[in-house]
Design a protein around this ligand. Structure first.
Ligand code: NAD
Length: 519
């Protein structure tokens, strides 16, 4: 494999992180600055979701390999945390440039492993890149506080300091953005990092690791292991790991939150969602319907912030046929094909699950206004495709409403008033994101104040905050106290040391022991 030796604006080879020693390339581990072949006997296949061809294999790292990775993080911590903050900043300044110059290569890899369209994959990289760019403000973000003269000759000040070894566990749906929410923020603060990418899409993380190394990150500051449950348990249990960031399903996230917390670690856990778009009859119809369709079916609905549920209020219920027409016009195709709007789902199991949730809606009395289950994609007959699907007359008791579908399925409910819509949203356990579509400021204000959801869009369908803010999903969509990226991300990966110091002039020296509390 060609290495990037200079920090110049070089293109990174597309297949980096894999070594081909049989007909199927294998994903390496990244331990102590080296991309190494695992000695494991357990491997998982990686598939192209558009064809279901096996395009690679990923190891389940052995216990020895995982220990070597965490030991490497521990050894590197001392010198890395002691490296000047300006030197760390420089590495991330170079890193953002390398990512920017290799967006296309990263995106191709994402499309190949994850299935999303190339344009959407570039967006995946871009949103992660923005987090890396924000880490370059570390010199402001790491500032402590001072208060001089808290009493005579005495000052108090705080340092914001790294924790030690931190770890991240990531999902399949954003192979670039979500790892980039984690290790750059942790590392620029002076932590070292152990990453376990999704075993279904590991290639992008490997390429990102290579670019970080080429930006000057010392050996051991980032280590990558692969695997499933054993790797996750290892991270939850290893005493050297001080904090865990998790993004993925509720099943895994709640488990990791509990197991990590019991072991005394900080855990932040971003999980599943059921995001509602509330459409008021005064909304700009054309704009709203296009936004709704884009946010429901983009990335085949495999976004935690997908608007998977619409609530049409009053007269807006008559817009349903137009909504269906727009969804019908989307082109389902392999992500690397020109003009593709909706790519495949990640796996045949995901496809079966989504199709059975559609059927459950039909069985429970919803109206199937658009059925994507029989979609045929020429040349990609073996892919995991489901076309845009719309279920109308959905009620809150139906399984298609209570479960996160994570596919290109929009469920549509009706409400007579804004209050009724707010009540519906607030009764749903998830609190990741929501949007209201209206031209009335008072309606928008009432909604944003009364809705109990962590991220609200007003005429913005997917209100994912930029990295100067934080990703603030709430209720069942999040466990932890401190959110990802932005100020909160920097808080998560740092601890505060508070120093109180007294420098007395000689003539003020104590004449006897001070045995009472100072007042
Ligand atoms: P997932 O939970 O299956 O996998 C995420 C990670 O957890 C992977 O690295 C996987 O190896 C590990 N894992 C899986 N099952 C596990 C288990 N039982 N015990 C321990 N570890 C386990 O999630 P996914 O299918 O890759 O991603 C889709 C989910 O992620 C959706 O629910 C989506 O809403 C959610 N998500 C949330 C956000 C957010 O910010 N809230 C962002 C993206 C995705």
């Amino acid at each position: 494999t060609t290495l990037i030796r200079s920090l110049s604006r070089t293109k990174v080879p597309f297949q980096f992180g894999r070594m081909c020693y049989s007909s199927v390339p294998t994903t390496k581990l990244f331990i102590d600055g080296k991309f190494i072949e695992s000695k494991t006997s357990e491997w998982l296949d990686i598939h192209n979701p558009a064809t279901n061809e096996v395009i690679g294999r990923v190891p389940k790292a052995t216990q020895e390999e995982m220990l070597a990775a965490v030991d490497s993080c521990s050894r590197a911590f001392h010198s890395w945390s002691d490296t000047s903050i300006l030197a760390r900043q420089q590495i991330f300044l170079r890193y953002q440039l390398l990512i920017k110059d290799n967006i296309r290569e990263l995106a191709k890899l994402i499309t190949q492993e994850q299935g999303k369209t190339l344009a959407d994959a570039e967006g995946d990289v871009f949103r992660g890149l923005q987090v890396v760019e924000h880490t370059c403000s570390i010199t402001s973000l790491m500032l402590g506080e001072t208060l001089p003269s808290i009493t005579k000759d005495m000052d108090t000040y705080t340092y914001r300091l790294p924790l030690g070894v931190c770890a991240g566990i990531t999902p399949f749906n954003f192979p670039a953005m979500i790892p980039l929410w984690m290790f750059p923020v942790a590392m620029v603060c002076g932590n070292t990092y152990l990453l376990k990418p999704s075993e279904r899409v590991p290639g992008c993380a490997m390429l990102l690791a290579k670019m970080l190394q080429d930006s000057g990150a010392p050996d051991g500051t980032l280590n990558i292991i692969h695997g499933q449950h054993a790797a996750v348990n290892f991270i939850c249990d290893h005493p050297a790991i001080r904090a865990i960031s998790f993004v993925g399903s509720n099943r895994a996230g709640e488990y990791i939150y509990e197991r990590g917390s019991i072991n005394g670690k900080r855990v932040q856990s971003n999980m599943g969602a059921k995001n509602h778009g509330v459409v008021m009859p005064d909304a700009n119809k054309e704009n709203t319907l296009n936004q709704l369709v884009g946010a429901a079916f983009g990335a085949a609905g495999q976004r935690c912030m997908a608007l998977s549920t619409a609530i049409l209020v009053g007269e807006a219920q008559s817009w349903l046929p137009d909504l269906v027409q727009r969804a019908k016009a989307l082109r389902v195709n392999a992500g690397d094909q020109p003009g593709a709007d909706v790519g495949p789902l990640i796996s045949p199991e995901a496809r079966t699950r989504v199709e059975s949730l559609i059927q459950s809606g039909v069985d429970e009395g919803a109206s199937l206004l658009l059925d994507g289950r029989k979609v045929q994609v020429k040349g990609y007959e073996k892919g995991n495709f489901v076309g845009p699907t719309i279920l109308g007359n959905v009620t809150p008791q139906m399984k298609c409403y209570t479960e996160e579908i994570f596919g290109p399925v929009l469920v549509v409910l009706q409400a007579d008033s804004l209050d009724e819509a707010i009540d519906l949203v607030n009764k749903n356990p998830y609190g990741n994101g929501t949007a209201i579509f209206t031209t009335n400021g008072a309606t928008a204000r009432k909604y944003t104040h009364e809705v109990d959801v962590g991220q609200v869009g007003v005429n913005v369908p997917i209100p994912v905050p930029l990295p100067m803010f934080s990703f603030t999903g709430s209720r069942a969509s999040f466990r932890g106290d401190t959110n990802f990226y932005g100020k909160q991300g920097f808080q998560f990966y740092t601890q505060i040391k508070t120093v109180t110091s007294q420098w007395k002039a000689e003539d003020a020296t104590l004449k006897s022991p001070a045995v009472t509390m100072p007042t």
